[in-house]
Design a binder for this molecule. Structure first.
Ligand code: BG6
Length: 461
């Protein structure tokens, strides 16, 4: 067996976004209200009603993708733009038209669409009807939504992603619109939702294979390199448990078709009981993913600390604290820049699921970029991309089957936690948290760097 020496010639060089973070037009053209819209109204940063107005800049944005040389574009469809209440009898035609226009433009420009069905923006009506993912009814409604997407767009979409970062949604149930009177109840709701999301995806993997035999489908998993602070077995073990419960759980269920034993043990220890049905086991067994989408940004270092404030990942990361190590470059938002961490992480996924195709669905560097004379010198992002692409190539040479790289993000968008203060884009969008301005687009240095990289790698292979 000969190993590849470079990126494969059909490698999909892409970039990534999500609907509520770029589209805007949140209350236009028949779209229903989502959990993300409501969260945005409560925060002074996250203004989904305008976002970066991709909805009204579609042609110009795709032209920028083409000029950049993108071979793929990973974006999400807003469930509530198709079904305003999540489970309506009829589709919202204006929403269908919007995604038809986007897909047609991508196809015309030879850009492969990689489509996420659900990225943090559950239709709020489903929360009001039955508590969203905490109810088993959501499995049926997601299935119907997915079936509709396959019927409407399956002729142009070969790569489908089901749910973005399910483990985060399970651990922060408020992101799915859930409320509870205490932490215990919240964790119960979070894990029951988790179960329903697993089940819904297994059913949808199966459906995709029946309806679109040429298409491929998988989850978009939150995955970081997790390292122990101390070389003691307790720290090493704890960091492995975190890695399992935050990163691998979504991969294990999608590839192996059952809930892993470390998760069952975790539920038992947390005294959480899931409501299941006898037929579920067979659903998990038969519904498997074809590839893994990985959202990988950085390395985190943990040490045991019984006093630590568990913060947002409450249950799973209780008793640990995240440690900043200055030997790794850190951004002001606690992201580290650790390119070899990416190669290591990819090797580990390949060890666990040999030769599984991997799409890097997110990877990126946050910064408070500044526009000066029409230019943005985002040199740290250029270094981040350069070094991560180098290590990605090393991973491919190691034998890891990575088929696509989609940095986060194609253009500046509203960050989930920090609005426009924290930018990830290759394209700068001229707006800030205070004013939406005219949303004019500017190519950053990272855009020009990535453009050259795509050309050079295409030449090399
Ligand atoms: C990923 C999400 O978790 O991280 C994105 O899929 C998000 O939607 C990204 O934007 C970065 O997080 P943040 O909070 O900086 O936007």
């Amino acid at each position: 067996r000969t190993l590849p020496t470079d990126f494969p010639s059909d490698f999909l060089w892409g970039a990534s976004t999500s609907a509520f973070q770029v589209e805007g037009a949140a209350h236009e053209a028949g779209k229903g209200v989502t959990v993300a819209d409501l969260r945005s109204q409560k925060s002074k940063y996250l203004d989904t009603s305008v976002s970066v107005d991709h909805y009204h800049h579609l042609e110009a944005d795709v032209a920028l993708m083409k000029e950049l040389g993108l071979k793929s574009y990973r974006f999400s469809i807003s469930w509530a733009r198709i079904f305003p209440h999540g489970n309506d009898q009829q589709v919202n035609q204006a929403g269908v038209d919007f995604y038809n226009r986007l897909l047609d433009l991508l196809v015309q420009n030879q850009i492969e669409p990689i489509v996420t069905m659900f990225h943090f923006d559950l239709p709020q009506s489903l929360v009001e009807q039955y508590n969203g993912w905490a109810s088993r009814q959501c499995v049926a409604d997601f299935y119907h939504y997915a079936k509709t997407l396959f019927e409407l767009f399956g002729d142009r979409v070969k790569y489908w992603l089901t749910i973005n970062e399910q483990s985060l949604l399970a651990n922060v149930p408020a992101m799915n619109g859930l409320q509870a009177s205490d932490t215990r109840e919240m964790r119960q709701l979070g894990e029951q939702s988790n179960y329903h999301m697993f089940l819904a995806q297994a059913k949808v993997y199966n459906l995709c294979h029946q309806m679109l035999p040429q298409a491929k489908i998988g989850p978009a998993v939150s995955y970081m390199t997790t390292l122990p602070y101390d070389h003691t077995s307790s720290d090493v073990l704890k960091s492995k448990q975190l890695e399992d419960l935050i990163g691998y759980i979504d991969m294990d269920v999608a590839v192996r078709g059952q809930l892993p034993s470390y998760y069952l043990r975790y539920l038992q220890d947390s005294q959480i009981q899931l409501v299941t049905q006898p037929e579920d086991e067979a659903i998990f067994q038969t519904g498997r993913a074809d590839f893994l989408g990985l959202n990988w940004y950085s390395t985190s270092i943990f040490r045991l600390n019984q006093q630590a404030n568990p913060k947002m990942l409450d249950g799973v990361i209780s008793g640990v604290e995240k440690v900043r190590d200055d030997r790794i470059i850190n951004s002001q938002w606690d992201f580290s820049c650790d390119p070899k961490g990416l190669r290591y992480a990819l090797q580990k996924v390949n060890d666990r699921f040999p030769n599984i195709p991997i799409i890097i669905t997110e990877c990126g560097w946050p910064d408070a970029d500044i526009l000066e004379d029409g230019q943005v010198h985002d040199s740290q992002r250029v270094d981040y991309l350069n070094d991560h692409i180098y290590q990605l190539r090393e991973a491919i040479r190691d034998g890891v089957n990575v088929i696509s790289f989609n940095p986060w993000s194609f253009l500046d968008l509203i960050s989930v936690n920090d609005g426009m203060n924290k930018r990830y884009g290759l394209v700068f969008v001229d707006r800030d948290n205070q004013s939406t301005k005219a949303q004019k687009r500017y190519k950053k240095d990272s855009y020009l760097f990535y453009q050259k990289t795509i050309v050079n790698h295409a030449k090399n292979v």
